[in-house]
Design a protein around this ligand. Structure first.
Ligand code: FAD
Length: 404
């Protein structure tokens, strides 16, 4: 009972507020927003937004009127502490807000590069709209970008920078791109595609220093002794979940704010969702912290349902996408722990899926330019069904028959 105060107005925070109203929640809802924009979608920041010329309003979930009509109070500011016994949250401005339930949807922040010169203006990160906007503004005056980290964001940006005519080098410490997230087959496909586009990918290397002259970046030195000229450095070396607010309030944290399968923290009046939450997952056995729109949005819906009387454990089916140049990667399921990969389709034709199995159990599907396989994977998982590796590999096997 009482107001719901939501800290963080990203994908998760926005969705809790919207879903609460949709479910008929009639008490006060405050959405604490520490970014100077209406709540917006993050994925385009490294994709369409950076490529195009559309203004920030093209990213907004909803216009301002929506929040007024729905009586969702957008409060500009940053939450700095939680008084659990008094059930109040304090903002940097000194203002305090009383809660019946507190939702921590604080997301994650860029992992910063710990090198000299890493704080120069030509060294950029890509997490929030202001950073994407800043990159978009300076790109036309730049000729050579070095991207540190070949994860999704680094590669999405690399592809765009190349399309915009920049020389692009990508550095990656692992032996293949997106190594933590996708199979070797998919890494190899993207390495080849990016190289075809003229992007130089350097694997198994680290940036050891950023050189600059007069405050302007001139290049990056690598652990193998090479030196790459650059007038722009973009860092995509992962994120750190924003757990400090919870930790300082005495809530258990580890690699995220620890929540149970209902997304509740150790304090029944406080929940955590999205990128910041390390949640118990009966389906996957153990604790998970995921960084995806699906995860943040489905967490938000599950929590809004609980707060309006429909208590169910969170049991979402993970899915994800990444657009890199002309290729669309879509992932259905969680592929960690696979021991067998079966390809359907043909990488040479730029359309294939990697079906990932542990034994005979289908864990997930990574699809490249095969939206049909991706949708199939999501529907199959929703039905808790599987197909055999032999069926997956056999293009004459009709996937739809497995859904009937
Ligand atoms: P966020 O969206 O990060 O929102 C958290 C908000 O809380 C932020 O605005 C933060 O500033 C604010 N905040 C933190 N602390 C406080 C505080 N104390 N007080 C007030 N506010 C606070 N996912 C996909 O599925 N597909 C994609 O293609 C994809 N592309 C991406 C591209 C980029 C460039 C980035 C950065 C992410 C991408 N993601 C993608 C990941 C996805 O955007 C995140 O998983 C999602 O935004 C998580 O939502 P969230 O609400 O947990 O956190």
């Amino acid at each position: 009972d009482g107001p719901v105060i939501i800290v963080g107005a990203g994908h998760g925070g926005y969705q809790v507020a919207a879903s609460l109203r949709q479910a008929g929640f009639s008490q006060r809802i405050c959405l604490i927003n520490d970014e100077a924009h209406l709540p917006y979608q993050r994925p385009p920041l490294s994709k369409a937004y950076i490529k195009g010329s559309a203004g920030p309003e093209s990213l907004m979930f909803r216009p301002e009127k929506f929040y007024q009509d729905q009586k969702i109070e957008l409060i500009a500011g940053r939450a700095v502490s939680i008084d659990r016994s008094g059930r109040k949250v304090q903002l940097a401005s000194g203002e305090t807000l009383a809660y019946g339930h507190l939702v921590l949807a604080t997301g994650a922040r860029n992992r910063l590069l710990d090198l000299p010169n890493a704080n120069l203006p030509d060294v950029k990160y890509l997490r929030i709209l202001d950073e994407s906007e800043a990159l978009r503004q300076i790109m036309p005056s730049k000729t050579r970008a070095v991207i540190i980290g070949a994860g999704f964001i680094g590669l999405e940006f690399a592809a765009t920078a190349r399309i915009k005519g920049l020389e692009v080098d990508v550095l990656e410490l692992a032996p293949r791109v997106m190594a933590r997230a996708v199979t070797a087959e998919v890494s190899e496909y993207f390495q080849a595609r990016h190289r075809e586009a003229g992007i130089r990918i350097h694997l198994g290397v680290q940036a050891t220093s950023i050189e600059a002259e007069g405050g302007k970046v001139t290049g990056v030195s690598l652990s193998d002794g090479r030196h790459l000229p650059a007038d722009l450095v973009v860092v995509g070396v992962g994120v750190l979940p924003n757990i400090e607010l919870a930790a300082e309030a005495g809530l258990p944290v580890a690699a995220g704010i620890i929540v149970d399968e209902y997304l509740a923290t150790a304090d029944p009046d406080i929940s955590a969702i999205g990128d910041c939450a390390l949640f118990a997952s009966p389906r996957f056995g153990g604790s998970l912290r995921l960084e995806s729109v699906q995860n943040a949005t489905d967490h938000a819906r599950c929590l809004a349902a609980r707060l309006t009387g429909d208590k169910k454990p969170y049991d979402g089916h993970p899915w994800f996408w990444s657009d890199q140049g002309d290729d669309k990667l879509q992932i259905a399921g969680l592929t960690t722990g696979y021991d067998r990969v079966v390809l359907r389709g043909d990488p040479a034709k730029k359309a294939f899926s990697a079906f990932c199995y542990h034994g005979d159990k289908l864990l997930g599907i990574e699809s490249i330019n095969r939206a049909g396989d991706h949708m199939f994977g999501r529907r199959l998982q929703g039905m808790d069904r599987s197909i055999t590796p032999e069926q997956a590999a056999d293009e004459s096997f009709d996937l739809k028959s497995a859904l009937a």
